[in-house]
Design a protein around this ligand. Sequence first.
Ligand SMILES: [Zn+2]
Length: 190
Amino acid sequence: MFRRGFKTWCETISTEKRRALKIPLTAALDPRLVARDMRIAVRYIEQIPNLEPGTIPQLTVHDSDVWSALTVCHNGKYLIVLNSAHPKTREANTLMHEIAHLIIGHKPARLDITDDGLMILSSYDKQHEDEANWLAAALLLPREALLYARRRGMTVPEAAAHYGCSTALFTMRVQTTGVDVQLRRSKSGR
Ligand SMILES: [Zn+2]
């Protein structure tokens, strides 16, 4: 599924980003801080000028389920556009996912602005989506954060709220990192 070493690399990136931004390894990481550090602009769809009339209602009401965010490169600068119609609880993960694509080095969609609005010409493939999902999860929930939440006896909803992610993401990270096994071993002194 992933190339060799990819998962370990994700854990390293998660630690390095927090160190660079002076965020404790056990604390939540605001994706907007990461975006600012990487000079990536983040906007809601309503904040994009020159869209064809009717585009915003189309994207935020009628088609709001089919897209959560997109990343474009325009004039050498990256821009992440968020769907304002989606719940705020999903936004951190959505934004971190888009940032993860850029950290990994995936080439985002090209953006051409024409007289009648905005055209997206390409998008990421399935392998790229899987990689971005994995890195975003590691960025939002480093191993140390999972251990911290478990040691403090946070419930899954409490931990998810604390780190700005879904309960499903928290549970997935607990399972794939094996932190519960690690905690049981350290308690039993092995
Ligand atoms: Zn993606």
